[in-house]
Design a protein around this ligand. Structure first.
Ligand code: FES
Length: 326
């Protein structure tokens, strides 16, 4: 379902959804169907200044003639959300450089539990549409700083039995009861969480009754804690190693202070990349030989164990030599 063919999209509607949150409806410039997407998918949009930003699709995946994204105004915006909030207008044409899904909804689970923080509601909304379409059991805990900042309230009000709220400025200052939110997972139940780093880390740490295969996270930015493969590796920090490029027939030295991607760029080899933080999968590269110290946020445990590919923007060699299919 991933699509790397650039796609022109016209802004057909621009709606203020909540304080500092807008939704943008995108359609084909000439009308007609768009490439299909699965719940959890995101668009990579090209924005002025060479920026590439990823936005989750939040409409019903059965809708074929439009995509809907929502964008929160980031206080420390590096340009993406600022441009969308201040300059984007109905009629503007954007280029989507990719349509990908790093956060797929596992089919056939007996129940789905969703935990959203702020703008993290976006991929979960498409999943909720899919659950409704399939008649699947689901529930959502939506955490926001205040209800004035909560997007899509009108839509979520359609499911009062399934949606619960935690607003930081309500509940007489009581903190979010994550123990209750994570209690009693059923066998095969799947939990999907998307939101700010603090919420995601808290859910990850406290979901002790869940097995890793039941837990799914979508990170918008790299968490404060780097996912080194082991505490010893985290303590040791990055080490230099030799990088063999099988197709090129050359060997490079990757110093401790550079990533593989940076080393390739320093040697005149430009490869596709977007986030440079191990979040988007754009730089995924096949591994021919050697063991990988995975430091990304997108590969599953099974994919890591298989060791067939790696994110070269953040991951490194565990041993002295690593051979890639480049
Ligand atoms: S560039 Fe995004 S994962 Fe490497």
């Amino acid at each position: 379902m991933n699509c790397d063919t650039p796609l022109k999209l016209r802004v057909s509607e621009f709606t203020a959804e909540a304080r500092d949150v807008v939704s943008i409806e995108l359609r084909a410039p000439e009308g007609g169907p768009l490439p299909p997407f699965e719940p959890g998918a995101h668009l990579e949009l090209q924005l002025p200044g060479g920026l590439r930003r990823h936005y989750s699709l939040c409409n019903d995946p059965r809708e074929r003639e439009r995509y809907l994204i929502a964008v929160g105004r980031a206080p420390a915006s590096r340009g993406g959300s600022r441009h969308i909030h201040q300059q984007l207008r109905v009629g503007d044409v954007l280029t989507a450089t990719a349509l990908r899904n790093n956060f797929p909804l596992q089919a056939g689970a007996p129940r789905y539990r969703f935990i959203a923080g702020g703008i993290g509601i976006t991929p979960l909304l498409a999943m909720i549409h899919a659950c409704e379409a399939r008649g699947a059991e689901w529930s959502l805990l939506y955490c926001v700083r205040s209800r004035s900042r909560a997007a899509f309230q009108e839509l979520l009000a359609c499911w009062p039995q399934r949606v619960s709220w935690h607003a930081d400025d309500e509940h007489a200052g009581r903190p979010l009861d994550l123990e209750a939110a994570l209690a009693a997972p059923a066998e095969g139940e799947q939990l999907y969480c998307c939101g700010p780093d603090g919420l995601m880390q808290a859910v990850r740490k406290r979901a002790t009754g869940w097995v890793p295969e039941q837990l799914h996270f979508e990170w918008f930015s790299a968490p404060a804690e780097t996912p080194a493969s082991s505490p010893a590796e985290a303590a040791a920090g990055p080490r230099p190693f030799q990088l063999v490029l099988r197709q090129q027939g050359i060997t490079l030295e990757v110093p401790a202070h550079l990533s593989i991607l940076e080393t390739l760029e320093a040697n005149g080899l430009a490869l596709p990349c977007a986030c440079r933080e191990g979040l988007c999968r754009t730089c995924e590269t096949a591994v021919c030989a050697g063991e990988v110290e995975h430091r990304d946020y997108v590969l599953s445990e099974a994919e890591r164990a298989a060791g067939k590919s790696m994110m070269i923007c953040v991951s490194r060699a565990r041993g002295e030599v690593l051979e890639l299919d480049l």
